[in-house]
Write a protein that binds this ligand. Sequence first.
Ligand code: DHB
Ligand code: MG
Length: 212
Amino acid sequence: MGEFYIVNPLIERYLNDLFPVRDKVLKEMEELAERRGFPIIGPVVGRFLYQLVMVSRARRIFEMGSGFGYSAYWFAKALGDGGVVVCTELSEENVYLAREFFRKGGVEKKIRLYTGDAIEVLDGLNEEFDIIFNDIDKEYYPLVVDRAYNKLKHGGLFISDNVLWSGRILNESDSSPATRGIREFTKILLSHKGFITSVVPIRDGISLSIKV
Ligand code: DHB
Ligand code: MG
């Protein structure tokens, strides 16, 4: 078994067509992702994150691997005044693009943006968060679990992208660092005593953990 879509593409398109994204900046980001083949979370997961901010009444979000800001933009739109999304991204070009998109969307006041390694930035902060969203290079996913636990408030949410990895996690002959990283991560996360976790099979699989 190789790579496959977790959600039938016809279903994905059906849902996207029912809930068109009207925000001009999000549209522009989606077009940029399409042109560059850059992996954004897309509108289905974006709306889900938006809802999670609403139900949890989160105010402080830490994002690991922000790309050019697509998921942070959804988070920022969902946050009330005074809320903050701390973004981390290695690529200077992506950081530049993200700043432009945040400014255009009028959310820049809710954003703190670090150019650098997400794990190093998190390790260097003496702060607690309501939500930590993880979308870094997949081989490093196992390193994130305890760090996220330590930096979350009680009842906080730890959310990770790509945990079903287009089905590659099922392929035992796939021992690439990324696939192994995700397999190991999911195993650690689901047996972690400090988290209650579900895997939600939307897009490429989202893990949703509550710190208990
Ligand atoms: C890849 C990374 C992602 O974060 C994603 O959502 C999809 C693909 C990748 O590295 O291939
Ligand atoms: Mg991702």
